[in-house]
Design a protein around this ligand. Sequence first.
Ligand code: NCD
Length: 529
Amino acid sequence: MKGRSVCVVNDLSIAEQRELYKIAAQVKSRISAGQFPSDTSKSCSYLMFFEDSTRTKESFRNAAATLNHRVNIFDASSSSVNKFETLNDTVRMLCGYTPSMQSVFVIRSKIEGLCRALSDSITEYTTRVGIETPSFVNAGDGRHEHPTQEFLDEFSFLEQLGNDTRSIHIALIGDLLLGRTIHSKADGLCLFDNVTVDLVAPPELHLPADYIAKMKKNGFKLNFFNSLDEYLSSHSVKAPIMYFTRLQLERMDKSMLEKETELRAATTLRMEMLHRLPVGCKIYHPLPRHGQLPEIPFEVDTTSFNGYDEQSRNGYFVRTALLGLLTCVYGHSLADPPISPPRHPRAVMPSISDAVGPVDHTSLNEFFLRIAAANPRHDEAWIDVVFPPKTTPAEVRKNISRMRVLSDTDKLDGYCQVTGNWGIHSIPKSLVDDPNWLLFFNSFFSYCESAEIIFQKSELEFYKLSCKMPHVVTDLPGLGCPNTACVCHPDMKQRDVKPVFEQVSGNKNFSCRFCEKQVNGRDIFQIQL
Ligand code: NCD
């Protein structure tokens, strides 16, 4: 797994996750018996924490030291990041200080998708200059994911379940809206064949729709409850694994903070509730818990319900196993070669399918040139773009204006039909060679779920093309992720990260390559008119 990055849970296949848990169990028993790894490679760990942390940072620091890594603690408060440097520039420079070593960057930040963006750009850089490609490990990025917490949580559940992966029944209680450890469960629980999840949170803190959809798609059975009281007094069978999270106050807006008392009441465990928990039930929490208003009363610590102390200890063993895998101390038995996440292609070209008439071109540019050559005297083409069924004429007009501004083709004459179609006519031939045309069409293909383009060759001859949405959309002006916490959003000040959207299989949405937010083709263009 040398040089692999772990930006989200799914960057490790289920087989690799199982291998990680197997190695973590060996690490735990050996280290508990006083045996530390001696055959370690020349490796280096950079810990870059831009958000507060105790467990994640300290367990990684101890794990790296256990593996004899050179451990660098990046001082975020006094670095050039404060002089408006981008993190890409910072990390590229750090790579130069450990030239012949295998490096792992462990990064926590409020910037969602940061590790993926760094992994993409630094891989390009190290390949170009011929130095070792480092790994990037996401130690928590905003509300998005916390994959290594997920791995240690799953490892702890496996210990409770005696390594039986046939089924799991878990209750997730607390801030399901903003808690990244909860969001990572939508993929992490796929380790089990049958998964039942009881989601316990007041409406304000409900799990976001994207994650509910993901859990359903992954085949999880879901039950919803608005408070812990409601859950424990319901007739449903209670989960033997209860996973609490704290309110993520630092990510809440004012209106949410005003409701803190009620939100807390709905998600806090009280001692008199314990007798309603199933026999053998374990309580987990990624920690920290609130010191004044604890989600789990301190009195639970000394009971058999306490699963959180062992869970937090497991962070050290699982992270030692993970760092060891990424720097080739462990994992020699892994059979399959690593599968890197797909790199997006450089050029974005629309695919032209189903060309009717004497056209057999594969690129729109080529197609335009042929039109111009075949029809030297005729100065017009007609393009009819079909919008998604419920698009209103006003929306069509507004978005056509957006597309024109984006592609700088505002000289075009156009009209809108009430049916939701839109046509442009009288295209001057001079525009055929204009590269902005390609931008214009790429914008259209991203925007429309389907598009039919009719070029009029002469009075009676037409070319008709059905165009597909591109698989990857990047390099277009005005493109941007609507998530203001995403690494490619201007608010995050990482100007060197270009937005990339990948088509979601099975529906017509795009997913941001970095923060994974799903958006439709209309919302990937952040242009205000
Ligand atoms: C979690 C985190 O940072 O997301 N804590 C952790 O990593 N141990 C959960 C939290 O802060 O509530």
